[in-house]
Design a protein around this ligand. Structure first.
Ligand SMILES: *Cc1c(COP(=O)(O)O)cnc(C)c1O
Length: 372
């Protein structure tokens, strides 16, 4: 048993020793001028990584909280929403709309397959939908969509465009304003490599005006209240202060090196993993994989769920299982957080070991049968 824990999961991810040290420090009091200053710097840097001149609000909640905040603040029963559903996270938009009785329709994709822009153009041209909800990257399959091209369509038809970019920003290129995205989301435990618990909602001017036309259906997630408080560097409720201190430092690192550096590092790790996996009998599951994650489908006689468990039990190496129909077929490997090529080699060697063991067990069974 190797003691070093290796996380190849899409959150939480391995954090740097620098972040861990900040996380272990005493918290400052937040109703102070210094804390306001920190908040201003955080907001400025968040705008930079979203690629927006609009505004960003900060929630103490995991990413799903920010998703629900979209519905509370920007949608009501007078809307008709179109949802791209290509997996677990597309389904989450569906579930939240059902929960709040928002009228919607969905485009169901086969997992790991792209959106047909022609079909989408056709649907949006009907002028039937006020809003389009997508995930830039469907983290359950590793499929990254062409948000830029989709943004051209929503722009053409004047459809309000909301993008969950939670597992995209910092791992893959994302340019909110240039791509005509009205609202986009991010959370802390993906490519930012921070603990879970913070999420961010960026909104442009169009979204801000839209806020005025709706009554927020939540007390805790009222964006107008966040905007008012943030304008003086404060949060309406006690924030996760320790995470703020980590976020502040992490965003500073990203600003100093430039976001392109981080995107290309994720791309390098993803390529390295994919190249290394070519010697093993797995297949790549999605047609257009992100830099954030690779979903692998297993050969017929290998159970993906069992493989995931063995990696954890015998190698202290964590990859993500899938749910539903894909549970026994697919597993996912993230390229997020503090991991390097040596860690990836370790994972691929572990996978190879496990496959060899399966083969030996199988041969053994065959031999026993023959001897019988
Ligand atoms: C991780 C993730 C979320 C948020 O999940 P939480 O568990 O609430 O943090 C939402 N959308 C996508 C695409 C994600 O990858």
């Amino acid at each position: 048993m190797n003691n070093k824990i290796r996380l190849f999961t899409p959150g939480p991810v391995t954090m740097s020793t620098r972040m861990l040290a900040i996380g272990a420090s005493q918290l400052p009091y937040n109703r102070t001028e210094q804390f306001s200053q920190i908040t201003f710097e955080i907001i400025k840097d968040l705008k930079y990584i979203f690629g927006t001149r609009g505004n960003v609000v900060i929630f103490t909640a995991s990413g799903t909280g920010a998703m629900e905040a979209v519905i509370f603040n920007f949608l009501d029963k007078s809307d008709k929403v179109l949802i791209v559903n290509g997996g677990t996270f597309g389904q989450r938009w569906v579930d939240i709309c059902i929960q709040h009785a928002i009228p919607f329709e969905q485009i169901n994709l086969n997992p790991g397959q792209p959106i047909s822009l022609k079909d989408l153009d056709h649907k949006l041209s009907s002028q039937e939908y006020s809003t389009l909800l997508i995930n830039a990257h469907e983290t359950s399959t590793g499929m990254i969509y062409d948000t830029k091209a989709i943004g051209e369509l929503t722009q053409k038809y004047g459809v309000f465009f909301v993008v969950d970019a939670i597992s995209t920003i910092c791992a893959d290129i994302f340019m909110m304003d240039e791509w005509h995205v009205d609202v986009s989301l991010l959370s802390s435990q993906k490519a930012l490599a921070l603990p879970p618990g913070l999420s961010f909602l960026a909104l442009n001017k169009k979204a801000r005006l839209r806020l005025e036309t709706k009554t927020c259906q939540s007390y805790y997630f009222d964006i107008k209240v966040y905007l008012a408080n943030q304008s003086r560097g404060q949060m309406p409720f006690t924030p996760v202060i320790g995470h703020y201190m980590m976020l502040h430092e992490r965003l500073r690192e990203i600003r100093l090196r430039g976001i392109d550096f981080f995107v290309s590092r994720h791309s390098t790790l993803a390529e390295y993993f994919r190249k290394g996996m070519k010697r093993l009998p797995f297949n790549f599951f999605s047609t257009n994989p992100s830099n954030a994650l690779t979903a692998m489908s297993c050969p017929k006689d290998i159970d993906a769920f069992d493989l995931v468990k063995r990696l954890a039990d015998d190698y202290n190496c964590f990859v993500a299982p899938n749910g539903g129909n894909l549970k026994h077929k697919v597993f996912r490997v993230s390229h997020l957080g503090e991991q390097n090529e040596t860690d990836i080699d370790f994972l691929i060697n572990a996978l190879e070991d496990i496959l060899n063991n399966y083969q030996q067990t199988k041969n053994h069974i065959i031999m026993e049968k023959e001897n019988y």
